[in-house]
Write a protein that binds this ligand. Structure first.
Ligand SMILES: [Zn+2]
Length: 508
């Protein structure tokens, strides 16, 4: 069984005085946490126990019951009538923090011992100057609401039990945002402050049968693969879905690259100008914090949007595998600060899109894989000959990296370069999984040298596992294959350039 976890974040709609209640509740919770951390420091042995036993031990130390009237350090000194579940949430938070602190203290002691055990060189020994970790002096933990601290949860509202500053009271708040989806199990919600507003975060979890391994999926002909080519240009991602047998089912272009690049470049330019005006940058302090934050947020948002669309597209098409190419390394670019910084960030965004997509795909039972990026944009996906890349209106010769169109001189395949690259990526995964032991015959692309379109390349043995099929077979397929289902026009970007119909792939 596999687990999918995520967090539902709902903003809350409440009366204005409730914000004060939440703040009071938050402050009380952190006072209780601080109290328990002190108790733990005084009785450090409790940390040797399991978390559950530690919780019981700490309750015995601090809480009066009918059996034991006077605890050693009564919690009632902090506040009377703290509900049991509020107390337990605080104890668990305190145990977590205390464990973290003591383990870093232990590591520090080990480092110190190691330093002192080392023999002195040249007579004089440097003293160990690293400071020991200190326990936190202030606490700002969000309040988890265990069962009993909330009730009557519906899609749009929830009742929360909070400390108002004078008493414990149930208050009703409206929740905005998505509801818990079906099939998920809910954990304890947490009351979180973001700026001036209060939010409710609920972790949710689903268990499902783990998807089969890629090698096992590839043997069944029904398996569909969604291959994605990530780019630094306008088409941030180009996805194609193909069957294991090589029938191309659908393509989608996800654009928006130009817009985000323009936005980023503008801000980077502003940062550069600001820096040149002041002339100095303070050490250990972020300059132009607002501008950097804007860039970060925009990048993050686009990466989320693009990855969501990739996974949605794959799910719509019934694909059970996502495949990307390894990102390789970024080739440093020349130019202004804003240009260099922009390319670097566009490159980082590719990594983020991959990570987000991988996580989201897993939650839908789709596995993600990576293949060698070598020559994905240079070898024909039908006959593996070296392709010609060109732009509209340019002579159809040579191979200019980054140009939008491609043409195979051998089999006359024509198409969009990025879409073509995604087809090769998909094929590479199929070829790798189906015939992992076969040696690769010398392919013409080898002559092309060792570069890829926009970056340096991580070489792995994947490329060696490819096999070139007889050309006649590939051509035979042309007459009876499926046409390309053109991806729908996307809101984010411009419609993709017209693409000639692609026919069957080689591996049949
Ligand atoms: Zn070809």
């Amino acid at each position: 069984m596999a687990k999918a976890t995520t967090t539902i974040r709902q903003s809350l709609n409440y009366q204005s005085q409730h914000a004060d209640y939440f703040a009071a509740n938050h402050a009380l919770f952190n006072r209780v946490v601080a109290f328990y951390v002190e108790v733990i420091q005084a009785h450090a042995k409790v940390l040797d126990l399991s978390t559950k036993e530690a919780l019981t031990a700490l309750e015995t130390l601090t809480h009066a019951t009918s059996k034991k009237q006077s605890p050693v350090v009564p919690l009632t000194e902090i506040a009377p009538d703290i509900p049991a579940y509020f107390r337990r949430a605080a104890i668990n938070a305190a145990i977590g923090s205390a464990r973290a602190f003591f383990s870093s203290l232990k590591k520090w002691r080990l480092r110190k011992e190691k330093h002192e055990a080392r023999p002195a060189r040249k007579g004089k020994k440097k003293p160990f100057t690293e400071r020991p970790p200190v326990p936190p002096r202030t606490w700002n933990k969000s309040v988890p609401l265990y069962a009993g601290m909330w009730k009557e949860r519906s899609g749009s509202s929830i009742l929360l039990k909070v400390w108002t500053g004078t008493c414990w009271s149930w208050i009703k708040v409206c929740t905005l945002g998505r509801d818990v989806p079906d099939g998920f199990e809910m954990g304890s919600p947490t009351l979180v402050r973001k700026g001036q507003r209060w939010w409710l975060h609920t972790p949710i979890e689903k268990t499902f049968t783990a998807p089969q391994k890629i090698a096992d999926q590839i043997i069944t002909t029904e398996t569909k693969i969604c291959a994605i080519d990530l780019n630094l240009n306008e088409q941030l991602a180009v996805c194609t879905v193909q069957t294991v047998e090589g029938t191309i089912l659908a393509t989608r272009f996800i654009g928006g690259g130009r817009e985000i690049a323009g936005f980023r470049k503008q801000l980077l330019g502003r940062i550069a100008r600001n820096r040149s005006k002041t002339g100095i940058i303070a050490e250990g302090e972020q300059d132009n914090a607002d501008l950097w934050r804007k860039i970060r947020n925009a990048d993050e948002q686009i990466a989320h949007l693009v990855s969501t669309r990739i996974v949605q597209f794959a799910a719509e098409q019934g694909a059970s595998i996502l495949v990307f190419e390894h990102l390789g390394t970024l080739k440093p670019e020349k130019g202004k600060y804003s240009r260099r910084g922009n390319t670097k960030r566009a490159f980082w965004m590719k990594g983020r899109i991959f990570n987000f997509a991988k996580y989201q795909a897993w939650n839908r039972g789709i596995i993600t894989s990576k293949v060698n990026p070598r020559n994905t944009s240079r070898a024909c996906h039908r006959c593996h000959a070296l392709i010609v890349r060109y732009a509209q209106g340019q002579p159809e010769s040579g191979s200019t990296p980054g140009t939008p169109l491609c043409l195979c001189p051998d089999c006359h395949m024509r198409g969009n370069s990025d879409r073509h690259a995604s087809l090769v990526i998909g094929q590479r995964l199929i070829a790798r999984s189906q015939e992992p032991l076969k040696e690769k015959p010398p392919a013409p692309v080898r002559r092309a040298g060792r570069e890829s379109k926009d970056s340096g390349v991580v070489l792995s043995q994947d490329a060696k596992r490819e096999e070139k099929p007889p050309l006649s077979q590939a051509r035979q397929g042309d007459g009876n294959g499926h046409g390309t289902a053109q991806g729908r026009r996307h809101r984010m970007g411009t419609p993709p350039p017209s693409i000639p119909t692609q026919l069957r792939l080689f591996s049949e």
